[in-house]
Design a binder for this molecule. Structure first.
Ligand SMILES: Nc1ncnc2c1ncn2[C@@H]1O[C@H](COP(=O)(O)OP(=O)(O)OP(=O)(O)O)[C@@H](O)[C@H]1O
Ligand SMILES: [Mg+2]
Length: 494
């Protein structure tokens, strides 16, 4: 039976890669939007073999997308891919040399779509960035999986953002830091504050002067007094009462040690945004040209802040963009923008986050093709960390339907690969010869379809292998022309 494949890239049946001439060995958009994980040792042909084939197929089909960079030569590679597929005009390179800027907060405040500028969404963005930053800083005060610190951080950020909003201040990392740094501490200030406000509005000059002086010394108080003097609607005055309760009482009377743990957690996140790369490129203005939404119309954005050059800041900067891009993709109306988009993540162990799991569960309906390339699965366990990393990594990988396994010497990955492809009942014969009698035994038992050691023997390209790169490919729920759930594929480097 032959299947008909659509020429239209907007159709899920549109073919991307043919692993053989047989129609069952065609890998389509439907497969791509279910996600791809490529594993293989160093120099096994991930980038130049399967990676190249997938990347070229996406570009040829007109997909837009984002590329996260690990190595410094990744950008060159995509410039070349774009040239070969006639997509050069769609390629945008966001780098230190470019004129582009992206401010995540400004974007979240002003973007199109539901929920833009809502405090809850800003808090979620901040908390997620803070956790990302904290993880990169190697833990730090009050970190870990204890929900107490997350809740405490969220309350602090929420109160700060609400206060800035009520007092019409810009919502920037710098201003949030200032609110937190200059908040009164050591006792409950609620009565003092209310008294001063009451008296000064009754015309008491001394109280007025005292309040002014307090506001001059504390940005937090300044914002509060400013908001107090406005005509607020019911909702805003309720919010102001909550914010006052938080800063004048709850936060003020926290034990010094607890409070500094929470604030340190925040400062660790905020400080990279105050100077250097993030301050320059990710805290100022936002360029229309590289908004996440442009990828829906076929633009391809390379986030050229490679980890090998920028280290942790490179991870941080790219992860911020990645998260907002994923959210934009989830909001996307696929009727209006039916062409799939892709996210390319080489050296993916550096970028892995819990949010990827959530994103992957909806990626199919939002037509987003995630491709992750990494050497081995142990790196993933280490990055995810926390409790039960194996379960969490397995659940993420379970959501990336296609797995491509290249040559590998990593024991854990090869075992995992063999288990993923699975076992079948196989008949094995064994013969024995002795002086008394010769015998042949036949036994049927469960055996790996691909034994772990077979992954050590795959060809990894270059001239010696005639530019052939081999890999085992498996895709959840797919039966290939050989009747099995996996296929041994050959990718040409040239
Ligand atoms: N275009 C090419 N032509 C010939 N050989 C190549 C080409 N590109 C890479 N190679 C060689 O092929 C092998 C596979 O390289 P590749 O970069 O694809 O591996 P990789 O799995 O991505 O490795 P890494 O984990 O280091 O990123 C290496 O020996 C490399 O030197
Ligand atoms: Mg590579």
């Amino acid at each position: 039976m032959t299947r008909k494949f659509s020429k239209k890239v907007t159709d899920l049946d549109h073919p991307l890669i043919a692993f053989s001439d047989h129609p069952d060995d065609i890998w389509t958009v439907r497969d791509a939007v279910r996600g791809v994980q490529i594993f293989g040792g160093i120099g096994s042909g991930k980038t130049s073999g399967s990676g190249r084939a997938l990347a070229m197929s996406f570009l040829r089909s007109g997909f837009g997308g984002i590329i996260l960079t690990g190595k410094v030569d990744e950008t060159e590679l995509w410039i070349e891919y774009a040239k070969q597929t006639g997509r050069s005009k769609d390629l945008l390179i966001f780098s230190e040399q470019s004129k582009y800027r992206f401010n995540p907060l400004e974007y979240e405040l002003t973007r199109e779509g539901e929920g833009a500028g809502q405090t809850e969404n800003l808090v979620a963005l901040f908390t997620s960035l803070a956790k990302m930053g904290n993880r990169l800083n190697g833990g730090g005060a009050g970190s870990g999986d204890d929900p107490f610190w997350d809740m405490a951080l969220q309350r602090l950020i929420k109160a700060s953002i609400d206060l800035l909003k009520l007092s019409r201040q810009d919502i920037t990392v710098a201003n949030i830091t200032k609110v937190i740094r200059e908040a009164p501490t050591g006792q409950d200030y609620r009565n003092d504050y209310n008294q001063l406000v009451g008296l000064s509005s009754d015309g008491n000059e001394e109280a007025y002067n005292n309040l002014n002086e307090w506001a001059n010394n504390s940005y937090t108080i300044y914002c509060m007094v400013w908001a107090e003097n406005q005509e607020l609607n019911k909702q805003d005055s309720t919010t102001l009462e909550v914010v006052k309760g938080y800063f004048l009482t709850d936060f003020a009377i926290l034990a010094e040690k607890t409070r500094s743990s929470i604030t340190e957690y925040f400062y660790a996140f905020a400080s990279p945004f105050r100077s250097g790369l993030l301050a320059e490129y990710f805290a100022g203005t936002t360029s229309e040209e590289i908004l996440p939404e442009v990828t829906f119309e076929g633009k391809i954005i390379v986030l050229d802040f490679p980890i090998k050059k920028y280290l942790q800041l490179g991870i941080y900067a790219q992860s911020i963009y990645k998260r907002l891009w994923q959210q934009a993709v989830e909001r996307r109306d696929t009727k209006k923008y039916p062409v799939p988009v892709f996210m390319w993540v080489d050296e993916s162990q550096y970028f892995l986050s819990e949010e990827d799991m959530m994103f992957q569960t909806t990626a199919r309906s939002s037509r987003a093709c995630t491709v992750m390339l990494s050497q081995n699965i142990s790196n993933y366990y280490a990055t995810i960390g926390g409790k039960h990393p194996q379960q969490r990594v397995n659940s993420l990988l379970g959501n990336l339907a296609t797995k491509i396994f290249h040559a590998n010497n990593d024991y854990v990955t090869n075992e995992w690969a063999a288990n993923t492809i699975g076992k079948t009942f196989q008949i094995k014969t064994a013969s024995s010869v002795s002086s008394q009698n010769d015998s042949i035994s036949v036994s049927e038992a469960l055996h790996f379809q691909v034994e772990p050691q077979e992954f050590t023997l795959l060809l990894s390209g270059s001239e010696v292998n005639d530019f052939d790169v081999e890999a085992y490919v498996t895709s959840a729920g797919k039966r290939w022309s050989n009747g099995a759930n996996f296929i041994k594929a050959v990718f040409k480097q040239k």
